[in-house]
Write a protein of this length. Structure first.
Length: 161
């Protein structure tokens, strides 16, 4: 980087960051353990203000299995759903100065009609979904089919309409 670039970036408060995006993302246990850890962490962080709820989360046997997968790789297999929602370089809007904005990541939980909890996470337009209650994603596939494959990140409370 040249000093002129640094001076201009500091003066405008705007620069460009180039992050290489690999041709393929990690698969299998590496990805599912990462998703499992994020799911448990987000669940905890959303409820930290309620100490009683936080205690019950720590002791809740319903999430012991996903916590075990995240921490100890047990069970060894934990399927998850992955699909492309949009291209990684998609511009999602502009800020007050007219500069392009991108959605880097977004996440939420989906609770299906059969009370399965899924953590939905998108990174650079690739959506991942993992079931907090057990190593299967059939319920998520069924939910997608029933909702015309619209991502839960853009449905219901997350819808712009």
């Amino acid at each position: 980087m040249t000093p002129e670039y640094l001076t201009r970036t500091k003066a405008t408060g705007f620069g460009t960051l180039f992050l290489p995006v690999p041709d393929c993302l990690p698969e299998g246990a590496i990805a599912s353990r990462f998703l499992a850890k994020m799911a448990v962490e987000v669940l905890a962080s959303r409820n930290l203000s309620d100490p009683a709820w936080h205690e019950s989360l720590v002791d809740d046997p319903q999430i012991d299995e996903i916590r075990g997968h995240a921490r100890w790789y047990s069970p060894r297999e934990w399927p998850y759903s992955v699909r492309r929602l949009y291209e990684p370089d998609r511009v999602s809007g502009h800020d007050e100065l007219g500069r392009p904005l991108q959605t880097i990541h977004e996440f939420d939980f989906l609770v299906t009609a059969s009370e399965e909890w899924y953590f939905i996470f998108a990174l650079w337009g690739t959506e991942f979904a993992i079931n907090l209650g057990g190593p299967e994603v059939d319920g998520y596939s069924e939910w997608l089919f029933a909702h015309d494959n619209v991502s839960p990140l853009y449905f219901g409370k997350n819808s712009s309409t």
